[in-house]
Design a protein around this ligand. Structure first.
Ligand SMILES: *[C@@H]1O[C@H](CO)[C@@H](O)[C@H](O)[C@H]1NC(C)=O
Ligand SMILES: *[C@@H]1O[C@H](CO)[C@@H](O)[C@H](O)[C@H]1NC(C)=O
Ligand SMILES: *[C@@H]1O[C@H](CO)[C@@H](O)[C@H](O)[C@H]1NC(C)=O
Length: 377
């Protein structure tokens, strides 16, 4: 009897590899509904050779806060490497669709020259969409030149993304959500540098197929969204978590956070973004909500750094959800607060979850008040 039970057990252990559905993974190699990842900046003033800027914090569904990453951000067995790595392990599997987009694509190796065709007219938006006929993930992030094209054959993290802080949000969605994701991407006007949507999937998610074919300007494919310069939608993850996705195009021509996200969520916001650019927008309290620029950070109490070392783009409510109706939000995305990006596509993914909120809220130490002085935020 015991033998029979054992052999049955062995028989029913699910096969690894090709048969596993596409999903976000955590550092333990377990399929997860979602994770947040904070790639920490290179720590200045510490002589340790380990501090190369490849350390990260991870928060996946069910954890109690930030956890130190198991290895480096470049490891193929970490959460990011295992998740994005599914793109390369699929090989020529025709049942898998993917879209890689980034306003700063990975450099192309043209013989002995490296060519970086960064576009400034397309959306300021970065991400990875990967799915099979059942489900997949949408990873939204801030890292330039990431990830490598499928032809590269394996996952790696670009060395250009090591110095500064970066953020990632991965969510696992069932197949039917990817039509809506395709419509949001179409509004974002992404710079798609590698993609494939096989025929078997194109009929199920035509909006994604169109983004891949760069037909995103032909409105007959998107009769419902043809004139929209922005749209927010609720995207429910595979296991039932509701995320709100805000997508804007170039014609939106306004700051994402103070003109749209804060009034929609009915919440003040503390915003982390890349300040080493021209035309940075100061904190703005004019539309009834305080939208403050973060100046000093310490996620996970790892170490303290300035916003000038952090390329992440995220926003957090200053108050918890139970304080006022609109508190407790965290948004992670790809748009900075500057004049040029008012006229660029991009967006953010928001969630109201007490653990995620605490993880990001405690990361914000100092902010710029609306009168311009630095305050504790
Ligand atoms: C990432 O790992 C690959 C393979 O081990 C290595 O060649 C590359 O230099 C690493 N890159 C970084 C940025 O650590
Ligand atoms: C677009 O953004 C404006 C705020 O600028 C907002 O009032 C409006 O509801 C948004 N449109 C959609 C479709 O979400
Ligand atoms: C704050 O936002 C309002 C409304 O969008 C805008 O008119 C104003 O110029 C902004 N103020 C600053 C200091 O950027």
């Amino acid at each position: 009897m015991e033998m029979l039970f054992l052999s049955l057990l062995i028989f029913f252990v699910p096969l690894e590899g090709d048969t596993s559905p596409i999903t976000c993974y955590n550092d333990q190699g377990e399929a997860v509904d979602w994770f947040y990842m904070y790639k920490l900046p290179k720590e200045h003033g510490r002589g340790s050779p380990e501090q190369e800027g490849d350390a990260y914090l991870l928060l996946d569904k069910g954890s109690e806060g930030w956890t130190e990453g198991k290895g480096t951000v470049n490891d193929t067995t970490g959460a990011l490497g295992r998740t994005v790595g599914q793109l390369y392990s699929q090989g020529k599997n025709t049942e898998v669709a993917y879209i890689l987009y980034n306003d700063q694509r990975p450099p192309e190796d043209l013989g002995d020259r490296w060519f970086d065709n960064s576009g400034s007219s397309c959306g300021h938006t970065k991400g990875v969409v990967l799915l099979d006929e059942k489900q997949g993930f949408w990873l939204v992030h801030s890292t330039p030149h990431f990830p490598p094209v499928q032809q590269a054959g394996e996952y790696y993290y670009p060395s250009s993304g090591l110095v500064n802080g970066q953020n990632f949000i991965c969510v696992t969605y069932p197949l039917d959500r990817f039509q809506t994701i395709g419509e949001q991407l179409r509004i974002n006007q992404p710079n798609v540098y590698d993609c494939s949507v096989p025929e078997s999937l194109a009929s199920l998610v035509p909006a994604l197929a169109a983004v891949c074919e760069k037909k995103h300007l032909s409105s007959h494919i998107f009769p419902d969204v043809k004139t929209e310069s922005n749209r927010s939608v609720t995207l429910t993850s595979k296991d039932g978590t509701n995320f709100i996705n805000f997508a804007k195009g170039a014609s939106f021509d306004n700051d994402l956070y103070h003109s749209w996200v804060a009034p929609t969520l009915q919440s003040d916001l503390l915003v982390q973004f890349w300040i080493r650019s021209t035309g940075v927008l100061p904190s703005n309290c004019s539309l009834g909500w305080k939208v403050l620029d973060i100046t000093l950070l310490n996620p996970g109490q790892a170490f303290t750094f300035k916003t000038s070392q952090d390329h992440s783009k995220w926003a957090v409510s200053p108050e918890a959800a139970n304080h006022r109706a609109g508190g407790g939000w965290v948004c992670v995305g790809d748009i900075n607060r500057n004049e040029a990006e008012e006229k660029r596509g991009g967006g953010t993914v928001c969630l109201q979850d007490p653990v995620v909120w605490k993880a990001y809220r405690t990361a914000a130490l100092e902010c710029e008040a609306c009168e311009g002085r630095t305050i504790q935020c």
